[in-house]
Design a protein around this ligand. Structure first.
Ligand SMILES: Cc1cc2nc3c(=O)[nH]c(=O)nc-3n(C[C@H](O)[C@H](O)[C@H](O)COP(=O)(O)OP(=O)(O)OC[C@H]3O[C@@H](n4cnc5c(N)ncnc54)[C@H](O)[C@@H]3O)c2cc1C
Length: 423
């Protein structure tokens, strides 16, 4: 099979290499088969490995080729919707359970890094959400008051304190969350893959699952050159979900997000920009997110094309936005551009789907998958071993008018820009 090309990302050039996982060339059997070797699939395998003897993972490329090797490496304990909206999405006691999951997911990432000695520049420096205008100030105020009531170390900062912490006077307020942090995302993903190997999990790369057939209680998943028979099956394909399982792709909208990274910034500049190295995400109609990495590069993320596609990977709009926020970086060389597809759900909830007896899928992290996909893997492992999961399993439901999704995404991006301009 022709190898799937890696993006030319900063992460690819700085992560420890991982030996290519061999392509599947035979017909095999296993207890649990997982499709997708990103955080969701690898975390599922790692958490299930104590209870299930034989686990196989198939990926159409290699571990971390999808979003898990492309993202901004930001670890936030904050979900995106307004507090009131989240309470509607999770009524009654479900709300408290989800709030607990948000904090636990961040802990889980840093615990796994420690437990498996993953060398991925993990830093628990705290994380920051920033905003401008009335709506954003209300969002940040309500959430920081809420977190303070729960005892979490989260504080609202005024304009002056935000400017000091971030190095731009652009934002009216920020919310500083001591629980969060950052990591090198591909190095983290490869570290999870290594931990899986050490527990006897088999990973086949360059092995796209193209068809699934059922025979009684078992399933057989076919690739171009082999097949895997299994009793239990997990689909962990998120923003790269194809038509392998009928209807699954219609539960999610893949939306492109792009990243660009500067050359290492000179000391005089880097001392003025996020000196404590927290990752920053905006609360906005079309939010940007950024941080300074261990090599002193500004890594800046924003939307892809207006239609939500990657297109020709032109990141000029990201670079000019970054320079508007941080005039001190004007003239700096930009060295890397890359992009990936974020898995967006219509209701903004991550989804643990029960597709059939002993068949599950986990997806839809809405751009917060470093902690949430890692946590979803843990919950999927509980589901496939018939234990209660903290995220309730639901049935797949197609997003209405899914085939018109590109029009819907463009409309959301345009109205988001308008809102950001008016606020
Ligand atoms: C540009 C960008 C920036 C982001 N920034 C952040 C951030 O800073 N913080 C944060 O928390 N989240 C961020 N996210 C989201 C986060 O990266 C994802 O939510 C997370 O990585 C999802 O992990 P996953 O394992 O579910 O999916 P993925 O890592 O995408 O893995 C899915 C895998 O499935 C495989 N696959 C698909 N179909 C098949 C098939 N038929 N057969 C075999 N294999 C298949 C793919 O090859 C892929 O490797 C960002 C996403 C993007 C794109």
């Amino acid at each position: 099979m022709q190898k799937t090309q890696w993006p030319d990302s900063l992460w690819r050039s700085t992560a420890e290499p991982l030996c290519d996982c061999p392509e599947l060339h035979e017909d095999i059997e296993t207890d649990l088969l997982i499709i997708g070797a990103g955080y969701t699939g690898l975390s599922t395998a790692l958490h299930a490995a104590n209870a299930i003897e034989q686990i196989v993972i198939l990926d159409q490329a290699q571990p971390g080729w999808g979003c898990s090797g492309r993202n901004g490496g930001q670890v936030h304990g904050q979900w995106k919707p307004d507090l009131a909206v989240l309470k509607q999405l999770y009524p009654g006691s479900q709300f408290d359970a989800f709030i607990k999951i948000l904090g636990d997911a961040v802990d889980l990432v840093f615990d796994l890094v420690d437990q498996h000695q993953i060398d991925c520049q993990a830093q628990r420096t705290g994380s920051i959400i920033v905003g401008n205008g009335r709506k954003a100030v209300r969002y940040l105020t309500e959430w920081s008051e809420f977190w303070a009531e729960t005892g979490a170390d989260v504080r609202l900062l005024d304009k002056h304190a935000s400017t000091e912490l971030i190095g731009t006077s652009h934002y009216d307020r920020s919310m500083f969350d001591r629980r969060g942090g950052s990591l090198q995302p591909l190095a983290y993903c490869r570290g999870l893959a290594r931990a899986c190997y050490e527990r006897g999990v088999t990973i086949h790369g360059d092995s796209r699952a193209v068809r699934i057939s059922q025979n009684g209680n078992s399933w057989r998943v076919f690739t171009d050159h082999g097949s895997v028979k299994c009793e239990r099956l997990v689909l962990a394909t998120n923003g790269y979900t194809d038509d392998l399982w009928p209807g699954l792709a219609q539960t999610i909208v893949p939306v492109a997000s792009m990243l660009t990274a500067t050359a290492p910034l000179p000391d005089a500049v880097v001392s003025t920009l996020l000196p404590q190295r927290q990752p920053v995400a905006e609360y906005a109609g079309v939010p940007a997110y950024y941080r300074v990495d261990e090599t002193n590069r500004l890594v800046f993320g924003w939307r892809g094309t207006v239609s939500g596609e990657i297109g020709s990977l032109n990141t000029a709009h990201l670079r000019s936005r970054a320079v508007r926020l941080f005039p001190q970086i004007a003239g700096t060389q930009w060295e890397y551009d890359w992009a990936g597809y974020v898995g967006i759900t219509s209701h903004q909830r991550p989804m643990l789907l029960r597709l059939a007896d002993n068949v599950y899928a986990g997806l839809g992290y809405n751009g917060r998958g470093v902690p949430m996909a890692t946590m979803m893997g843990k919950q999927l492992a509980l589901s496939v071993t018939s234990q209660a999961s903290a995220i309730s399993a639901e049935s797949p439901r197609a997003i209405p008018l899914h085939s018109f999704r590109r029009i819907g995404v463009s409309a959301r991006i345009m109205s988001g820009h308008l809102r950001d301009t008016l606020d």
